[in-house]
Design a protein around this ligand. Structure first.
Ligand code: GRF
Length: 229
C-alpha cells in the first residue's frame, strides 16, 4: 500500500540493478520522502528484477524486442508507468535511448545517473575512455533527463582519482561505490521538493545552480546539502 505523503518513484533498469538496491536500502533506512512503487525492466533477465521482487516491489517486464518501433515501446511504457501515477522516474542503468515523446512527457520528473564527469564521455565505455585520455580523475553525474542523450542539466557530480594501476573494471567499481552513495541522496532531495528543473536549469533549495553540486571524499562540499542528506 502506498503512503499518501510519500512521493511515488518508478525505477527503470536493464541489468544488475545495484543502484536500484542502493535506493531500496536507503528508502528502508532513511527516506520518509519516497516510496519505490514499481521497477520496470526492458530485459526479462535483468537481475534487478529479482532485487525488486525480494523487496516486495511491483515489477514490470517489457521486452523491447516485442515492439516494432522505439515509439511503440515508449508509448507502452508511458501507459504502464502512468497507471502508477509516479512523481519521479529514476533511470538506473536503463540502457535504451528514449524518444523525444517520452522525455517530453516526463520533463522535469526524470533523473539519470551517468558514469562520467559530464560533459566528458556521454554514451558507453566511459571508464576506458577516461583511462585512455590520461585523465587524473573520473566520476559520475546525476542529471535531469532531456531529449539529448546524457545531456540534461547536471545536479551533482562525484569524482575519484584514477590511480596508475587502475583499469576499466577497477575504476568502474570505484565509481559504482560513489553512485550508491549519491543517487539516493539526490532522489531524496527531489522527493522533499528541494530540487526541481525550471527553464532548463537546476534549482536546489530555491537557488539556481551555477555549477553542479559536488560530492568529494564522501563529504558534500555545500553546507546546505549536508543538512539535506
Ligand atoms: C551505472 O554505472 C550507471 O551509472 C549507468 O549504468 C550502470 C548501472 O549499474 N547508467 P547497476 O545496474 O545499477 O548496477
Amino acid at each position: 500500500m502506498t503512503h499518501p505523503q510519500k512521493k511515488k518513484v518508478a525505477v527503470l533498469i536493464s541489468g544488475n540493478g545495484s543502484n536500484l538496491q542502493a535506493l531500496i536500502d536507503y528508502q528502508r533506512l532513511h527516506a520518509d520522502s519516497f516510496e519505490i512503487v514499481t521497477v520496470l525492466s526492458n530485459r526479462p533477465d535483468a537481475y534487478g528484477i529479482e532485487r525488486a521482487e525480494k523487496a516486495g516491489i511491483m515489477t514490470i517486464v517489457l521486452d523491447h524486442n516485442d515492439y516494432d518501433s522505439r515509439e511503440a515501446f515508449d508509448k507502452m511504457m508511458i501507459g504502464l508507468l502512468d497507471a502508477m501515477e509516479p512523481d519521479l522516474l529514476v533511470l538506473a542503468g536503463f540502457m535504451r535511448i528514449l524518444t523525444p515523446e517520452f522525455t517530453q512527457h516526463y520533463a522535469g520528473k526524470m533523473l539519470n545517473i551517468h558514469p562520467s564527469l559530464l560533459p566528458k564521455y556521454p554514451g558507453l565505455n566511459t571508464h576506458q575512455k577516461a583511462i585512455e585520455a590520461g585523465d587524473k580523475e573520473h566520476g559520475l553525474s546525476i542529471h535531469f533527463v532531456t531529449a539529448e542523450l546524457d545531456g540534461g542539466p547536471v545536479i551533482l557530480q562525484a569524482s575519484t582519482e584514477i590511480a596508475r594501476d587502475d583499469n576499466a573494471e577497477s575504476l568502474q567499481q570505484k565509481v559504482h561505490k560513489l553512485e550508491h552513495l549519491t543517487y539516493p541522496l539526490v532522489v531524496d532531495w527531489f522527493c522533499q521538493d528541494k530540487l526541481c528543473l525550471q527553464d532548463n536549469q537546476v534549482l536546489y533549495q530555491g537557488q539556481t545552480l551555477a555549477a553542479p553540486l559536488t560530492f568529494t571524499d564522501f563529504n558534500i562540499e555545500d553546507d546546505s546539502c549536508e543538512n539535506a542528506g
